[in-house]
Write a protein that binds this ligand. Structure first.
Ligand code: HEC
Length: 126
């Protein structure tokens, strides 16, 4: 009898433990994505906001283009960190963007890692 009870209890315990592991994992994912979004928000406020405006602003073309997946991460990385060398190397997209903005003198020259850029992208898309 005792054996039977134990045999019945074990699967029940297993299911319970698994469920709580899954819950824990979801919680961790949720926690990490919130942290990631916050990092993106902080970076954006610190480095981009003054020119590009708030994420919600209607004239924020950057947020619009990011939300529409206009740029690959590799392009964003080069553009944000070395816009000048993209233009020097005659990157068509970089030249086109500069043209659209009346060839103004501003050059993006940050030192952002891929992770930081991803966080900004994540924040802008949220
Ligand atoms: C001093 C002003 C200024 C700051 C600060 C700035 N930008 Fe820009 N950004 C511009 C201007 C002006 C353009 C228009 C294109 C150009 O002139 O190069 C632009 C264009 C862009 C573009 C390409 C056009 C598009 O579709 O959006 C991207 C991408 C971009 N900025 C990302 C960023 C990010 C990310 C940051 C913060 C890390 C940032 N910029 C900070 C002024 C700024």
């Amino acid at each position: 009898m005792m054996k039977k009870i134990i045999v019945m209890i074990i699967p029940f315990l297993l299911i319970c433990c698994n469920r709580s592991k899954e819950d824990n994992r979801n919680l961790l994912i949720e926690y990490n994505s919130q942290k990631f979004e916050k990092t993106g928000e902080i970076l954006y406020s610190k480095f981009c906001l003054e020119c590009h405006g708030s994420k919600e602003a209607n004239d924020n073309f950057l947020a619009g283009n990011i939300q529409n997946n206009k740029y690959e991460l590799s392009f964003l990385r080069d553009y944000i960190n070395h816009q000048d060398s993209l233009i020097q190397h005659k990157n068509e997209l970089a030249i086109k963007i500069k043209d659209e903005w009346s060839n103004n003198d501003y050059i993006h020259h940050f030192k952002m890692t891929d992770k930081e850029i991803k966080a900004v992208v994540y924040y802008l898309k949220k």
